[in-house]
Design a protein around this ligand. Structure first.
Ligand SMILES: Nc1ncnc2c1ncn2[C@@H]1O[C@H](COP(=O)(O)OP(=O)(O)OP(=O)(O)O)[C@@H](O)[C@H]1O
Ligand SMILES: [Mg+2]
Length: 390
């Protein structure tokens, strides 16, 4: 049984199955009839995303941005769930995996929506879906995505699992597993705060704030509108912020200083939320920054945070931290050996298997529970969902 992690974020949709990583903007557009295709340009698997799902065709991600007449993104949790999640999640799964056999999925929700939306999320994507990818060369590929089990966890916990587990879903960092950790996941719309103490999810110190990077983008976009009379959609801002220059109707605007001021302001708002919320959790051992936004804000954030902040690795794309952790946790939960017996990877030697079994025993929790609504309910009572299925 293959295990796929899927993270439908407000900014980017990500998927990971231990071998393939997929990322595209959470942007959906109408599928227009393109009469002339240039053979030049980007050939990455997500740059020409044209799909049909349930008899409707869409362009997704940067292809929608480039070619669609009507492009939609959302910063509303309900709309994301109702209108976006199925299309984005099934497309991501279809790009990530080649199997038409049943797969198990781990996904996440912002901590503030976990209780409310887990059941609905699960109903939306569970089951069998047929998705057609219309490739650039004119060939259509129809895939069957059969989602067997889906398990939903608080989004930022994915980043912790990514550090604690190895690729096979075994605990690799026992140091972190025995610490009290604070995690700050800065995404496009949300900033999620979470505390994880000796592998227990602590509801009290966990919450979702609307202080993602899109707040910064809208301040910058508003300033640019005042100067140029052009309204820039927020999802187009990524492209300009890195260089700090934007050209509007031939005129160049230097936004580096504005960006610094806005990022600095956003970082101090996030840091003061954190310092206030975790005021009584002064015994946190380490604070982990995660999510794409943390890369951009880290230089402004670190000086403002009271605590031991683990620096973000230079060579990693922090947007993938949650989804990689989801996949690793899935392998922990449902068993990596079960997964490899069905896949192309070689089974392990017996000696290693018995070592694993010993570890498993140690990590195993007393009961089992696979219902996500109950999961959400129980999350405050500890890590009842961090357990393997036999
Ligand atoms: N290479 C990159 N390209 C685009 N954005 C990047 C890149 N690296 C970091 N970022 C930042 O990553 C942010 C998106 O991060 P992430 O994918 O974690 O958000 P999300 O999960 O989609 O949003 P949310 O958690 O609010 O639902 C962008 O706002 C951008 O500032
Ligand atoms: Mg996110």
């Amino acid at each position: 049984m293959e295990i796929v992690g899927i993270d439908v974020g407000f900014g980017f949709t990500k998927a990971y199955n231990g071998r393939n990583s997929v990322i595209f903007k959470s942007l959906i557009g109408d599928a227009t009839d393109i009469q002339f295709r240039s053979i030049l340009g980007d050939d990455a698997s997500t740059s020409n995303l044209h799909i049909t799902l349930e008899d409707k065709s869409y362009f997704l991600g940067s292809y929608a941005e480039l070619q669609s007449n009507i492009r939609e993104y959302t910063l509303d949790q309900e709309k994301l769930l109702e209108d976006f999640v199925k299309i984005l999640a099934i497309a991501a799964a279809g790009l990530c995996t080649d199997t038409s056999e049943p797969i198990n999925v781990i996904s996440g929700l912002p901590v503030g929506y976990l209780k409310r939306d887990s059941k609905k999320f699960k109903e939306i994507i569970q089951g069998v879906h047929e998705i057609t990818f219309h490739n650039k060369d004119g060939k259509d590929v129809t895939k069957r995505i059969n989602i067997n089990k889906i398990h939903i966890i608080p989004q930022p916990i994915g980043s912790i699992f990514n550090l604690i587990f190895d690729d096979q879903g075994k605990i690799k960092d026992r140091g972190l597993a025995t610490q009290k950790l604070g995690i700050v996941d800065i995404g496009f719309k949300t900033t999620d705060f979470s505390i994880f103490d000796h592998l227990q999810y602590i509801e009290r110190g966990s919450c979702t704030m609307d202080t993602g990077i899109s707040k910064c983008f809208s301040v910058i976009a508003n300033k640019l509108r005042q100067e140029s009379n052009i309204t820039i959609e927020l999802y187009r801002m990524f492209n300009f912020l890195e260089s700090g220059m934007i050209k509007i109707r031939g005129k160049e605007y230097n936004i580096s200083n504005l960006k610094k001021r806005v990022y600095n302001h956003a970082a101090s708002a996030i840091a003061s939320d954190l310092n206030r919320m975790w005021e009584n959790d002064w015994d946190i051992d380490s604070i982990i920054l995660s999510g794409g936004g943390s890369v951009e804000l880290s230089e402004y954030l670190n000086p403002n945070i009271d605590g031991n902040v683990i620096p973000i690795g230079k060579n990693i794309d922090a947007r993938f931290n949650n989804v990689q952790g989801y996949c690793k946790f899935g392998r922990y939960k449902w068993g990596y050996s079960k997964y490899i017996s069905d896949s192309i990877e070689e089974p392990k030697a017996n000696e290693e298997k018995s070592k694993e079994a010993a570890l498993d025993k140690k990590d195993e929790a007393p009961n089992d529970q696979d219902d996500d609504a109950a999961t959400a309910e129980k999350s405050s009572k500890g890590l009842s969902w961090l357990r393997r299925q036999s």
